[in-house]
Design a protein. Structure first.
Length: 371
């Protein structure tokens, strides 16, 4: 038997007996075994629950079919009221924790009727407090999950880099040996390419790892935009040849203070997305332009692809926002934005379904003193 009877539960204390009779009569009491689910995340919010005995855990699903405990309710607490009052589905899953639990279930209709009959503007006040709470909680939980995902990505990438270091070093040494024994220009160029690509893989992995940890190192040097775009072309030539998309460039002669490797990755991510977007185009076209605008320069990357899906236009630059790609991590544009902001620049886009997308990047030529 539970330690608390229904009448002794604090939820009913201080309320006029005649008012709560109908509500108490509609209550059902049930025992849940340890770990047994009381309601599922996303389920209908059809009742309020009172804990008469034991403990209840509230859990949120996280990647990898796992659950993360967000909070607990103990004997004398009640839960599930937010969904009942707002009509929103359950934001979390509830289950009995640390042994069995006795739970009373008060059905939604009877509860709403009880609130309606209670004198004064209690219903409206409750609605407003609850909807405020609902938003705050949702925001908190989303933020927590985002951080969890970030730290998972950070750990994963660090361990990959660690495991890849030896093979990378061996390939790099091999390339250097071949280059020292075969001095013809073609072999020299191929070996040089191998080394550059290895360095690029290490840099890319380091960057994702830094981004996931919230670290943004920034070591600006003098960057010639024309050389940068040319480098980008050379590095990607083998890939571009495979794609049925033409890549055009029109770059003003601009020198700016920036970090070459990071700016290369901006192009890589945005042009990569643009090529993906032209998947179903008859004649896919991607264009990179850079214009000298006095103190700033403006880089645009445009395509005639399918356009950014409406569902993600408002939060495209958030981490893990991906749409319609099987292998997408959703980190590409988030990293791009963080790089542009590290350069004190700005990025925005214009897009139209089935017409194409243009990203506009504004970068200052000089970085000035850093805060
Ligand atoms: N130029 C574009 N045209 C159409 N859709 C785009 C374009 N750029 C981005 N998107 C959409 O935005 C989503 C997010 O892009 P983002 O680069 O952040 O992640 P991703 O490409 O899915 O994964 P990855 O981390 O591998 O880059 C893409 O999945 C795609 O649906
Ligand atoms: Mg991408």
């Amino acid at each position: 038997m539970p330690t608390l009877g229904l009448d002794d539960h604090p939820f009913f204390q201080g309320l006029e007996r005649t008012n709560v009779q109908a509500l108490a009569a509609a209550a059902t009491i049930r025992r849940y075994e340890d770990g047994q689910v009381i309601f599922e995340e996303g389920g209908e919010s059809d009742a309020l629950f009172l804990v008469l005995d034991g403990r209840v855990a509230f859990e949120k699903s996280v990647p990898g079919n796992k659950w993360r405990v967000i909070s607990y309710a103990e004997s004398g607490d009640f839960f599930g009221e937010i969904g009942v009052l707002t009509g929103a589905p359950r934001a979390l899953r509830a289950c009995a924790a640390s042994g069995s639990a006795f739970i009373a279930r008060l059905p939604r209709e009877e509860l709403r009727e009880f609130i309606r009959r209670t004198p004064g503007p209690i219903d409206q006040i409750l609605q407003s407090i609850v909807s405020h709470l609902h938003h705050t909680t949702r925001h908190y939980v989303d933020e927590m999950l985002r951080q969890e995902k970030m730290s998972l990505v950070g750990n994963m990438v660090s361990s990959i880099i660690h495991d890849f270091k030896n093979p990378f070093t061996l390939i790099s040494l091999g390339a250097q040996m071949i280059a020292s024994q075969h001095k013809d220009p073609r072999t020299q160029k191929l070996c040089d390419n191998m080394n550059r690509h290895i360095q690029r893989m290490v840099d890319m992995a380091n960057e994702v790892s830094e981004f996931a940890r919230g670290i943004q190192s920034f070591r600006p040097t003098r960057v010639d935009l024309r050389t940068l775009v040319q480098k980008f072309h050379e590095l990607n030539e083998p890939y571009f040849q495979k794609e049925h998309v033409s890549i055009e460039t029109d770059i003003d002669a601009v020198i700016l203070e920036g970090e070459e490797g990071k700016l290369l990755r901006v192009l890589q991510n945005l042009v990569g997305n643009a090529i993906d977007a032209c998947d179903e185009c008859k004649e896919g076209r991607v264009r990179i332009e850079a214009r000298d605008r006095g103190e700033n320069c403006e880089i645009t990357i445009s395509d005639n692809g399918k356009g950014i899906p409406e569902q993600i236009r408002n939060n495209l630059f958030d981490p893990f926002v991906t749409f319609g790609k099987t292998g997408g991590t959703g980190l590409g544009t988030a990293i791009v934005k963080s790089v542009i902001e590290a350069h004190k620049g700005r990025i925005r886009f214009e897009t139209a379904t089935d017409k194409g997308t243009t990203f506009f990047i504004q970068l200052p030529k000089a970085q000035g003193p850093r805060a």
